[in-house]
Design a binder for this molecule. Structure first.
Ligand code: 5GP
Length: 189
């Protein structure tokens, strides 16, 4: 998505540890008009698929999932990153290793919000090593739901998570794929 690549070049900064910071439109302040464009692009990419629901993970995935869901007229479920008191015990759970924090955390989805046989599109903000997506796919497998595909806004292709999932036959679409990034510049695939 050309406008996304331009926005990353203009507003993104590269932090130590292979972190791309895009807080001005995706991870802190939200550029809602632009998010709606992202939603349209996700809808266009998956127009050929029958999809019943979108699954994402808090926090940054939610805004993107809502933008896509508004365009696709689908419900959104977001996985929670820890067990809060107001959730029932009837949960699907999985452990995800956080790329940005370097720790493992538990991800949960209430069983009432995923059904057997449902066709689900997974959406997230970044794709690095693929651990977040693998965790969400695991939750869908536990529910007996079908992973139609995964869509991320920014994939850091050099970290290999996206290609590893594609090699397993999972449809992975990313709106921008970064092949290389340094302090000075970001190069796209
Ligand atoms: P993965 O699980 O694929 O290794 O990493 C993806 C998750 O880590 C995303 O949900 C995102 O929150 C976070 N993440 C990974 N790399 C980056 C990055 O370069 N910038 C930001 N802002 N988040 C990242």
């Amino acid at each position: 998505m050309k406008t996304l690549e331009e926005k990353i070049l203009k507003e993104g900064t590269v932090l130590p540890g292979n972190i791309l910071k895009v807080n001005s439109f995706l991870n802190h302040r939200l550029d809602v008009d632009f998010l709606m464009e992202i939603g349209k692009e996700i809808s266009r990419l998956f127009a050929d698929e029958k999809i019943d629901k979108i699954l994402t993970i808090e926090t940054s995935g939610i805004a993107i999932a809502v933008a896509a869901a508004s365009e696709m007229h689908l419900p959104v479920v977001f996985a929670k990153k820890h067990k809060s008191k107001n959730l029932s015990d009837d949960l699907y759970t999985t452990i995800v290793h956080s790329f940005t924090h370097g720790t493992d955390y538990t991800v949960v989805v209430s069983k009432e919000f995923l059904s057997k046989g449902e066709r689900v599109l997974i959406i997230d903000d970044f794709l690095a090593n693929g651990k977040a997506l693998i965790g969400l796919i695991d939750i869908l497998n536990q529910a007996g739901a079908k992973t139609v595909g995964c869509c991320c806004v920014i994939e850091k292709g050099f970290q290999g998570g996206g290609d590893a999932l594609r090699a397993q036959g999972i449809r992975v679409e990313s709106l921008a794929i970064v092949d290389e990034m340094t302090d000075a510049t970001v190069t796209f695939r």
